[in-house]
Ligand binder design. Structure first.
Ligand code: NI
Ligand code: MN
Length: 222
């Protein structure tokens, strides 16, 4: 069963069948960073968009480990200039890798580099997780919840740059996942949010169950 670690802000690592998928590895200068970028040995790095708090240490980690960066077309082209392995994906499509499939999703957010920000739906032997990336609330979240049965949903709740708690609860209603882990909060004062308030509202308003991970914590999900 997949093991999910939260390293702070928007950085997660998912381990499954001996492979490690690292999401949005912003660790250097991340006040919440629970590991240093040099300690990580991912096989793949999924980058949702080109803002520094998501691209983060991705290029350095990919150079050191040979990990493949999976990201949007424009950001992958930028990564290629740095001689790292990259896999470019159009938004909304599904591609099969050796660990399972990745479907990129729309995200309603500024791209930073290039023209698009994205999220990722990742299927690992029938366990499906959806990392929305940075996004505001938008209607197609319902579509993604309908076409894939989401076991684990990773949602931003900090507001200002992304959904706030109430928008994220509405997104949770649209997506209808089994379990939800919030991220992108309390890194800086501007995105202060109480994850317990989010968890209570999820329990009250949706059939989903919320797990709060402090930076550095790991959970194994079935
Ligand atoms: Ni962003
Ligand atoms: Mn961000």
């Amino acid at each position: 069963m997949p093991k999910i670690s939260f390293f702070g802000h928007a950085c997660f690592q998912v381990e499954h069948n001996g492979q490690k998928l690292l999401f949005d590895p912003f660790l250097t200068d991340n006040p919440q960073a629970a590991v240093s970028a040099d300690e990580l040995q991912p096989d793949y790095i999924l980058v949702s968009h080109g803002h520094y708090d998501h691209l983060g240490d991705a290029l350095d980690i990919a150079k050191r480990t040979g990990a493949t960066i999976i990201t949007t077309m424009d950001l992958a082209a930028e990564c290629k200039k740095h001689q790292v392995k990259e896999h470019a994906m159009n938004i909304g499509v599904k591609h099969y890798f050796d660990f399972g499939f990745v479907r990129t999703t729309k995200a309603l957010h500024h791209a930073g580099i290039g023209s698009e920000a994205c999220g990722f739906i990742v299927d690992l032997d029938g366990f499906t997780l959806y990392f929305t990336g940075d996004t505001s609330l938008f209607g197609d979240l319902k579509l993604y919840g309908a076409i894939e049965k989401i076991d684990l949903l990773l949602l931003p709740i900090g507001g200002y740059y992304t959904m706030d708690i109430d928008d994220a609860v509405y997104a949770a209603k649209l997506i209808n996942a089994k379990t939800i882990i919030p991220f992108h909060y309390n890194t800086w004062p501007l995105i202060k949010a109480d994850p317990h308030e989010f968890a209570e509202k999820v329990t009250k308003n949706t059939p989903s169950h919320c797990i709060i991970l402090a930076p550095g914590e790991t959970v194994t999900l079935s």
